[in-house]
Design a protein around this ligand. Structure first.
Ligand code: DAH
Length: 368
């Protein structure tokens, strides 16, 4: 039976004591029984509600009803009751909310000894890393950077670079053509660029001389994939045009670039070659940075490693630019082009170009 406040017939101290004891034991029991926030609210309101709460009833039934001589005594006890009830309500609240937050803590518990989720660190792909390195070597010499489209016209990829239609030099770059263009004039036909050299023409058409530009990019050839070939690979092209540019400038520039890329000990050697868009043309070799030139497997016992093509811009190429200040009688320039995969393979001792494209993390994470 829930406690209810009795009417008092007897206001003797002993009877009062008894009534107070019963009330306090009821309040303590009810306080202890409260488990949840909600229990506690019901308990609080039952005792403390202004309107008809048990304390109010005590006031009405005991104090107000007390005969004059007993009032003082009853008043003191009612005050004591009020204090004790307030305390019981407070401490019940603390206990209830304490166990609620303990429950929440338990729910939100984390085991900080568990290993976390590791986010693997990404890294620049080795080909891009080398490409950026090459570009920054030339940027430091005042070159700007340009890019061109991978789908290019026959005109810019070949003709303007002095590869006439049907010229055998075209055969050195097995070309992938876009299908269904037979009706177009040959120079307008689209192909996947076989080298970054067409951007030489694009750069000159966009910017009058002097110009110094490097062109990183992807190129495509109808090559069968093997350890040293890939139908898609990367090149960095370079072009410098100004008044009085000589082969000495070309040699000095590339010698400096090769020393920056492979170490200051390497020496460069230029020997005659042929490219339609440069005259004279050269292939550049560096002393083998592995054996220092003595001869080893890397350099096939020759002491030299062939790295890139270059030459003085052929006057015909300036004529193809059609104006913009590229008058072959007034300006001269040099150009060069290098394969990024090949340089990366040499720098890091990688013996299969296909590793670059397979996306095997065991290979790639060596560069992280
Ligand atoms: N475009 C040539 C190739 O892909 C490379 C090259 C050689 C670029 C000589 C040049 C150069 O700019 O002067 O084989």
């Amino acid at each position: 039976m829930a406690y209810s406040v009795p009417k008092l017939a007897d206001y003797s101290p002993a009877a009062l004591d008894q009534a107070v004891r019963e009330l306090l034991s009821a309040v303590r029991q009810e306080a202890e029984a409260a488990r949840t926030e909600n229990d506690w609210k019901v308990f609080r309101d039952r005792w403390m509600a202004r309107k008809n709460g048990l304390l109010t009833q005590v006031n009405d039934l005991w104090l107000k009803a007390a005969p004059g001589p007993a009032k003082r005594n009853v008043g003191a006890r009612v005050n004591q009751i009020r204090t004790e009830v307030e305390q019981a309500v407070d401490s019940a609240q603390q206990r209830v909310s304490g166990s609620a937050s303990a429950g929440r803590l338990e729910l939100e518990r984390i085991d900080i000894t568990l290993p976390g989720i590791r986010r693997p660190l990404g890294a620049e792909h080795p080909v891009l890393r080398t490409m950026n390195e090459i570009v920054s070597v030339f940027r430091a010499m005042g070159y700007s950077v340009a890019e061109g489209p991978e789908i290019e016209t026959d005109y810019l990829n070949f003709e303007a670079l002095n590869f006439p239609p049907n010229h055998p030099a075209r055969d050195t770059q097995d070309t992938i053509f876009v299908a269904g263009q037979e009706k177009k004039p040959q120079r307008d036909r689209l192909l996947l660029r076989t080298h970054t050299s067409p951007v030489q023409i694009r750069a000159m058409m966009a910017t009058p001389p002097p110009i110094r530009v490097v062109v990183p990019g992807k190129v495509h050839r109808a090559d069968t994939a093997d350890a040293t070939h890939s139908p898609i690979f990367h090149q960095v092209e370079g072009l410098a045009v100004d008044t009085n540019i000589t082969f000495c400038d070309l040699k000095g520039t590339l010698d400096h670039a090769m020393k920056s890329l492979f170490g200051s000990d390497v020496k460069t050697r230029f020997f005659p070659s042929f490219f339609p868009f440069t005259e004279p043309s050269a292939d550049v070799s560096i002393t083998c940075f592995k054996c220092g030139g003595k001869g080893c497997r890397l350099c096939k016992m020759s002491g030299w490693i062939e790295l890139l093509g270059c030459g003085m811009v052929d006057p015909n190429v300036f004529n193809f630019v059609q104006g913009n200040g590229y008058d072959a009688r007034k300006v001269s320039g040099f150009a060069f082009g290098m394969g990024v995969e090949r340089i990366t393979m040499l720098k890091y001792g990688i013996d299969d170009i296909q590793l670059f494209y397979q996306g095997d993390v065991r290979f790639l994470e060596q560069f992280a």
